[in-house]
Design a protein. Structure first.
Ligand code: SF4
Ligand code: SF4
Length: 62
């Protein structure tokens, strides 16, 4: 099972909560928006999805 975090930059409000909560350090802020630069490190815990009040993150599973 592989997990791919995807950020909808139209929805992201730049709160950085996902950066803080992710145990795998997947996200970095780029131009004020969250970017899953280390997406391959995602382990599918969905903590970022739960913390994002803008509903800007989805985790794809394949
Ligand atoms: S938690 Fe959501 S709104 Fe906040 S920086 Fe991350 S993706 Fe953007
Ligand atoms: S699902 Fe968990 S490991 Fe994956 S990006 Fe979100 S917080 Fe990080």
């Amino acid at each position: 099972m592989a997990f791919t975090p995807i950020v909808d930059k139209e929805k992201c409000v730049g709160c950085e909560e996902c950066v803080d909560v992710c145990p795998a350090e997947v996200f970095e802020m780029v131009d004020g928006k969250s970017d899953p630069v280390n997406a391959e490190e995602c382990m599918g815990c969905e903590s970022c999805v739960e913390v994002c009040e803008a509903d800007a993150i989805i985790i794809e599973e394949d």
